[in-house]
Design a protein around this ligand. Structure first.
Ligand SMILES: [Mg+2]
Length: 227
């Protein structure tokens, strides 16, 4: 292994886990259980999310939502449009949490992932996640994974509140937050634009080529995966 690398920063969708899991399991589960939010309406974060939906719908779409049914219909539409907005992410987190806790869903991870996580940690490496899914959603996926609770492997979680995944500055920021030189961090992703931004910030990179990914990135540390 490369002695320089001290930290592995990994993407989730298309890297540790199947993109299909998100689009064919998590998103449909949310839409099917959307009405359950009325049971959670007393929770402060749900109340706040509903208020934010009403504000955003008025500001951005000129819609005036007055009933809970209208708020839920709006959330359903935003989910179908795959809008990356905070109130939607918040309520998705609430619904998914109850789905995971009741074992109706388990987080997909590819079967080589638990072994790799164990090996890397045995080598003294730290591991973190950088995904566009919220930190809460990341934690749930690994806590209730197909291979049991993998959450203890991760030292840090980053989402797009740190910065966009395709911008160089985001990776500078992450290396500063971790207190590491960029070249001590190995970033794993399936997406060329993300790998390119990380490489421009000085991180080492490997493209994960899962089913459906086309291999189109010159990884700088491919040998690392042969440990
Ligand atoms: Mg990805």
């Amino acid at each position: 292994m490369d002695k320089q690398i001290k930290y592995i920063l990994t993407d989730i969708e298309g890297t540790t886990s199947s993109i299909h899991f998100v689009y064919e399991v998590l998103f449909p589960y949310f839409r099917e259980h959307l009405n359950d939010l009325t049971k959670h309406a007393h929770i402060n974060e749900v109340k706040q999310a509903f208020a934010d939906v009403i504000d955003m719908a008025a500001r951005e779409e000129g819609k005036h939502l007055t009933t809970t049914e209208e708020v839920l219909a709006c959330l359903k539409q935003w989910s179908e449009e795959d809008r990356k907005v905070t109130p939607l992410k918040t309520v998705q987190g609430v619904i998914w949490k109850s789905g995971y806790e009741s074992a109706q869903i388990t987080g997909h991870v590819y079967e080589d992932v638990p072994t790799a996580l164990n090996q890397w940690r045995a080598l003294g490496l730290k591991i973190g996640v950088f995904s566009s899914g919220s930190v809460a959603a990341q934690k749930l996926l690994f806590r209730y994974s197909d291979f049991g609770d993998l959450s203890g492997h991760f030292s840090n979680h980053f989402d797009t509140t740190t910065g966009p995944k395709k911008e160089v500055d985001t990776y500078h920021k992450i290396s500063q937050l971790l207190g590491l030189a960029p070249e001590q961090i190995l970033f794993l992703s399936d997406i060329t634009d993300e790998l390119s931004a990380a490489a421009q910030a000085g991180l080492q990179t490997i493209q994960l080529v899962r089913p459906g990914t086309s291999a189109n990135w010159p990884s700088t540390a491919q040998h690392f995966l042969d440990i």
